[in-house]
Design a binder for this molecule. Structure first.
Ligand SMILES: Cc1ncc(COP(=O)(O)O)c(C=O)c1O
Length: 382
């Protein structure tokens, strides 16, 4: 009997009838897009879910959300950003004509290192663009302090950070603007989609009109803008998914707990650093989540001793029908052909070669998780 392959991620699909119920409403209203009632309902529910006092605004995808955030903040010149993220983090500012300087990451949290950020600031720097990698918050206090000292904007790529709190507050309340992705691969999704948030009402308002051509009225415009509207069909999926948020999180947490137990065993001290990996008896080290942050179980990354060991493990698992993904490889400073002198980012380069995300989705059942764990234990040569 051939066994069903286990993918690194599988989108959550709500019970079909629940989606159909929303579709019936769309048919009755014949209102398909342009800030329809389902988009408004989703925005309000997302605001409540994140316990925010100001609105969030939905966009067609996270990438456009990031571009809109940069535009609303008037960032045009140089930015300092992380090399350890998805390609959209750097393609957005580059697409907007910004110059990108990379700052290396912290070896234990994998988020941008504030010291490296400060070292990367030049007289032309206008903003810091940082990613809450795998839902793990950046060192937001340190980045805020650096931004205040140098008069910079802070934009967070919070694509992975749905629902994360830090110090008891929504992580979205940090920095000048944040974008969360609602792509189908994310733990909460609207097929394609995302939303943006800013504390400053002026920036928030700008982001609101920037996603819908800048309309002030039928013939009047706030300014030049783009089309980043979320459709009612996408909002319907977002609402269906959000209705199952508790269950999705519970299932993902249960899988992460099993992985933790398998990989960490009785290890008492969770902290590790790149230099220490080789002298720990554990070959696979999950990353360290920042204290006072809540976890959303968006990804389960493990770090191997070497790239060869990662490739061997990946191949062996694939042979058993278990698919993992190299998130994020290669590091972004090695992806983009950039002009000018660049500071090397050795930690990100090193980690990106050795990090692998294990299968994680709310549709993985107990049988499958047992199978994954067994095959991980059986991996030879690591
Ligand atoms: C870190 C990061 N930034 C940005 C994006 C882009 O988001 P979207 O796919 O919604 O455009 C992603 C998406 O996968 C991501 O992982």
């Amino acid at each position: 009997m051939t066994r069903k392959p286990i993918q690194v991620t599988e989108p959550f699909l709500p019970p079909f009838e629940e989606y159909v119920d929303y579709l019936k409403g769309i048919w009755e209203r014949n209102w398909l897009t342009n800030q329809g009632p389902l988009v408004k309902e989703l925005e309000e529910k997302l605001r409540c879910y994140h316990n925010l006092s100001s609105p969030v605004y939905c966009v067609a995808n996270g990438t456009l959300g990031l571009q809109i955030a940069l535009k609303a903040l008037g960032v045009r010149g140089e930015i300092v950003t992380t090399p350890f993220s998805y390609v959209a983090t750097t393609s957005c500012p580059l697409w907007e004509g910004c110059k990108v300087n990379f700052a290396d990451i912290e070896s234990n949290t994998l988020t941008i290192d504030p010291e490296a950020v400060e070292a990367g600031i030049t007289p032309q720097t206008e903003a810091i663009l940082a990613t809450h990698v795998f839902g793990n918050p950046c060192d937001v206090e340190a980045l805020d302090a650096i931004a205040a000292k140098h008069g910079l904007a802070v934009v967070y790529d919070a694509a992975h950070a749905f629902g994360v709190t830090y110090g008891g507050r929504s992580l979205l309340e940090y920095g000048d603007a944040s974008m969360v992705s609602l792509h189908a691969t994310k733990l909460m999704h609207s097929v394609e989609g995302g939303f943006v948030f800013a504390k400053d009402p002026r920036i928030l308002k700008k982001m609101e009109w920037m996603r819908r051509f800048g309309h002030k009225g039928p013939k009047e415009f706030f300014g030049v803008a783009i089309n980043a509207k979320l459709s009612e069909f996408h909002a319907a999926m977002g609402l269906c998914t959000l209705n199952h948020a508790d269950l999705i999180l519970k299932k993902r947490k249960a899988i992460c707990d099993i992985y933790d137990q398998l990989l960490l065993g009785d290890r008492e001290e969770a902290a590790f650093s790149v230099d220490r990996i080789s002298d720990t008896r554990y070959q696979l080290c999950p990353i360290i989540y920042r204290a006072t942050a809540s976890r959303n179980y968006a990804y389960y990354p493990v770090i191997f001793e070497s790239e060869n060991k990662l490739l061997s493990a990946m191949r062996q698992l694939e042979g058993k029908g278990i698919f993992t993904r190299r998130y994020f490889h290669p590091a972004l400073d090695l992806v983009h052909e950039l002009t000018g002198k660049r500071k090397p980012c050795p930690i990100s380069k090193n980690i990106s070669k050795r990090i692998l995300c294990l299968p994680l989705s709310s549709s993985i059942d107990q049988c499958e998780i047992d199978r994954i764990c067994l095959e991980i234990k059986n991996i030879q040569g690591i």
